[in-house]
Design a protein around this ligand. Structure first.
Ligand SMILES: [Zn+2]
Ligand SMILES: [Zn+2]
Length: 398
């Protein structure tokens, strides 16, 4: 079966490149993927699919379709995110973005294509599949505050699903190599804000003011002691202050300073303690310096946790499909992904698929204005996803 899957994939290589270029040329932002959804639908209809469910969060973007909807038995889901980024493409491929200021710089054009490729392969094997496959084309991955995964799950996209997989292309891994990791794989991402209120005044008479900028400086430094002095050194935490704003000119002490940043964690217990620890430092230090702080932390995305047994089996399938030397164990990433929401509900695995090809000049990481994907990976990724579906369904059915 795996040989059949591989040859079906290779036979579609040119078509897959064509599809990817079409998606790349017509990128759309999060929850605006109307045309993208229509293009996905058209490709699926050409393959003979019907019964597409379009829309998520009350917006007609994103699409779900089942292969073998009438069959009983296990159901395996494949997920692709479909949105692009608000940035200008600076590379010059023949399929360059036709939309000013919008670009598929995260490779989601290739995610759509690889899942469509898997849908095409599995459609050819439909009658032999001992179960159902659900293809999830998810909007809005790049806007984590409005997660498309969360919206689709709330609308029931995982009902009846037994396991799930997905890929993210990765610019630093060699082309065609798949990176796997069992357990916590991508971090939980939260967002914090702190406003420090002082007392404004003239820059020449600081004793008549309460300077929130000095307090903000002390707070920024002290927040790092949470990682270095408060958390078990064997845990992984990042506290970043990425945004600060205060004041208007050189000789005025402003009345407030604003800080904003992100916190990354893997362990849910460590994560849940972070607001209390940060609040204590922000308030305590501000108060010691004659100011007052208001602190808020907003949970954005949970950690992406790959099921151990599923991941080990997926790696075995990948070794058979791509070759044993093309499967590597990779460390977790402090980046975050809304694939996490699916993996909270059903077991599965999320993997990084390398796109770096120096000979072709494809060397940039995602979100780079000249990011591109090596088209050679498309049939390989499609074959891998189809093989994961086949392996899961046949294992469950036997
Ligand atoms: Zn991205
Ligand atoms: Zn992405």
């Amino acid at each position: 079966m795996l040989e059949r899957i591989k040859s079906l994939a290779e036979a579609s290589a040119d078509l897959l490149a064509e599809w990817r270029h079409d998606f790349h040329a017509h990128p759309e932002l999060s929850f605006e993927e109307i045309e993208t959804t229509a293009r996905i639908r058209a490709r699926l209809e050409e393959m003979g699919y019907s019964g597409m469910r379009v829309g998520a969060a009350g917006i007609p973007t994103g699409l779900v379709v089942d292969l073998n909807p009438e069959k009983t038995g296990p159901c395996f889901a494949l997920r692709a995110d479909i949105d692009a980024l608000p940035m200008q493409e600076l590379g010059n491929p023949p399929y360059k973005s036709q939309r000013n200021g919008v670009m598929h710089a995260c490779g989601h054009d290739s995610h759509i294509t690889m899942v469509l490729g898997a849908a095409k392969i599995l459609k050819a094997l439909e009658s032999e599949l001992p179960g159902r496959v659900r293809f999830i084309f998810q909007p809005s991955e790049e806007s984590p505050h409005r997660s498309g995964a969360k919206a689709m799950i709330e609308e029931g996209v995982l009902e009846g699903v037994d396991a799930i997989s997905g890929l993210h292309v990765w610019g630093t891994i060699p082309s065609g190599v798949i990176g796997v990791h069992a357990g916590p794989f991508m971090a939980a991402a939260d967002e914090w804000e702190c406003t420090i209120f002082g007392k404004g005044g003239h820059g020449a008479v600081p004793h008549l003011a309460a300077d929130p900028i000095v307090a903000a400086g002390a707070v920024i430094g002290a927040l790092q002691t949470i990682v270095s002095r408060e958390i078990d050194p064997l845990e992984t935490v990042v506290v970043t202050c990425g945004h600060m704003e205060a004041g208007s000119t050189f000789n005025i002490i402003p009345d407030r300073a604003f800080l904003q940043g992100t916190v990354r964690t893997f362990n849910p217990d460590v994560r849940s303690e972070m607001p209390r620890r940060m609040e204590r430092i922000c308030s305590g230090i501000s108060q010691a310096l004659g100011c007052r702080a208001e602190f808020h932390l907003k949970n954005v995305l949970p950690a992406t946790v790959n099921d151990k047994a599923f991941t080990e089996e997926a790696a075995e399938v990948a070794r058979k499909v791509l070759g044993p030397e093309k499967v590597i164990e990779i460390p977790p990433s402090m980046g975050a992904e809304d694939m996490s929401y699916y993996l909270q509900k059903v077991p599965g695995t999320f993997m990084f698929f390398g796109t770096k090809n120096e000979e072709k000049g494809i060397v940039n990481p995602q979100h780079h204005p000249e990011y591109d994907v090596d088209d050679e990976i498309l049939p390989k990724g499609s074959a891998l996803l189809a093989a994961l579906a086949w392996n899961f369904l046949s294992g469950k059915a036997s």
